[in-house]
Write a protein that binds this ligand. Structure first.
Ligand code: SF4
Length: 422
């Protein structure tokens, strides 16, 4: 490896123990830097049409050593002072996290941005939909910057506005728009935070709401008070796991495949449904399986298995607990010394927790190291570049949500905050 390539994967791995060789390389190696989005989250997902494109960054950033990039990032931050705030998602690599002013999940970070109204620029080390949400929630004068425009989210991209509008038209045609005797509309759209601003706006316009992995149950309760059924997108697993925990049978949750008429369903199945699940998933969390849990239990009789609700239903059912990224972090922090955890979420975060709690045994359920490759696109070279451009007075990679979309998306976000005060 060259100096620029070393230490690119925070985690030491044995040869062949990664899910895809590109996660060992910097984002610009092995691909045309103008090609943009890349392979999605580790698993070769189709590149969505119209996905953001990242141009080449100067060689000085690509060729710099890790130490040089560290020093340049620190110097730029020191020069900018309160003019900039750097936000880091839990799934970001350690080389980025150490420069973050705030560390958190997507919604925690969007809210953190609001606590720094004096900052002219918010550098969001996460993925595209998170930067959009930060732009919606921050002051109009603040610029939200995504260091690498190729850092998308393959799950978010599985539900695009046109497909959801087409689904909505079919459902409206089937159910009409009349409310029932209890004043409930036929369908309430609910979008996971991991979705484009356009889909949050769609929910805002159509009586719907946004949810996170930590408040999905309360949001679904809100939706069922107002609707006979829910259209949940883009993550089928969060929708299914949450609704099942509320006592809804998986049989009453048909899957909507946007490539097929009526999503591939019979009319009656849709009429009988309580939750219509979009055909989306997280490539990272879909890797977890029940066999991994059985192996963890066989090797560690005292193990507690805790997984993210983006995992498939059999995995959540077989685990001891399921919850958001932040809940997983808090459970592990609160556990006594000697506790053993097998964790079903993004490996970068799991391994950071293992380092932070050497008195506990913490390991990822998946023995293959498979970070979210789009999160991983935020390399220190890009962070140094955007910060030094700010020092020079230039805003690059700004994420700006159209004001009409932002207005409607805010309606759906505010419904969430009213339903589930944070
Ligand atoms: S871990 Fe999954 S849901 Fe999260 S950003 Fe990566 S692809 Fe998207």
């Amino acid at each position: 490896m060259t100096a620029a390539n070393e230490n690119l994967l925070s985690t030491p791995v044995a040869d062949g123990a990664v899910c895809a060789p590109e996660v060992l390389m910097p984002p610009w190696v092995g691909a045309d830097p103008f090609e943009g989005y890349g392979p999605g989250a580790s698993m070769g997902d189709t590149i969505p049409v119209g996905s953001p494109r990242q141009g080449a960054i100067p060689d000085e950033y690509r060729n710099a050593s890790a130490e040089e990039l560290d020093a340049r990032i620190e110097a730029a931050k020191a020069t900018l002072g309160d003019r900039v705030v750097v936000l880091g998602h839990y799934y970001q690599r350690d080389e980025i996290v150490k420069h973050a002013d705030f560390l958190g999940d997507s919604f925690q970070l969007a809210r953190a941005a609001k606590t720094k109204p004096e900052a002219e620029a918010i550098v969001f080390c996460g993925v595209h939909f998170m930067a959009e949400t930060a732009d919606i929630l921050s002051n109009p004068e603040q610029a939200v910057i995504l260091p690498n425009l190729g850092a998308g989210c393959s799950m978010a991209d599985m539900a695009d506005e046109a497909s959801v509008e087409a689904c909505w038209a079919q459902l409206t045609n089937l159910f009409g728009t009349d409310v029932d005797g209890e004043g409930r509309q036929p369908v309430i759209p609910v979008t996971y935070m991991n979705s484009s601003a356009a889909l949050k706006a769609f929910c805002g316009r159509n009586g719907g709401i946004v949810c996170t992995s930590s408040n999905a149950k309360a949001v679904l309760e809100w939706a069922f008070e107002r609707g006979q059924r829910v259209l949940f997108f883009p993550d089928q697993h969060l929708g299914r796991n949450t609704a099942k925990a509320m006592g809804i049978s998986p049989d009453d949750m048909p899957l909507w495949n946007p490539a097929k008429p009526l999503g591939g369903n019979e009319e009656q199945a849709l009429r009988d449904s309580r939750v219509i699940l979009w055909h989306g998933f997280c490539s990272v969390h879909r890797r977890f399986n029940v066999g991994q849990i059985e192996q963890a239990r066989a090797e560690h009789p005292d193990v507690q298995v805790i997984v993210h609700p983006e995992c498939p239903m059999p995995v959540v059912d077989a685990a001891d607990a399921a919850g958001s990224t932040d809940l997983i972090r808090r459970v592990i922090e609160a556990a006594p010394a000697g506790a053993v955890f097998a964790v079903g979420t993004e490996v970068t975060m799991v391994q950071r927790m293992a380092e932070q709690h050497p008195d506990k045994t913490i390991f990822c359920l998946d023995p293959v190291v498979c970070p979210c490759s789009t999160m991983y696109r935020i390399h220190p070279g890009y962070l140094a570049w955007v910060l030094e451009r700010l020092v020079a007075g230039e805003v690059v990679n700004q994420i700006s949500v159209d004001r009409d979309i932002a207005r409607d998306a805010t309606v759906a976000l505010e419904r969430m905050l009213a339903a589930v005060p944070a």
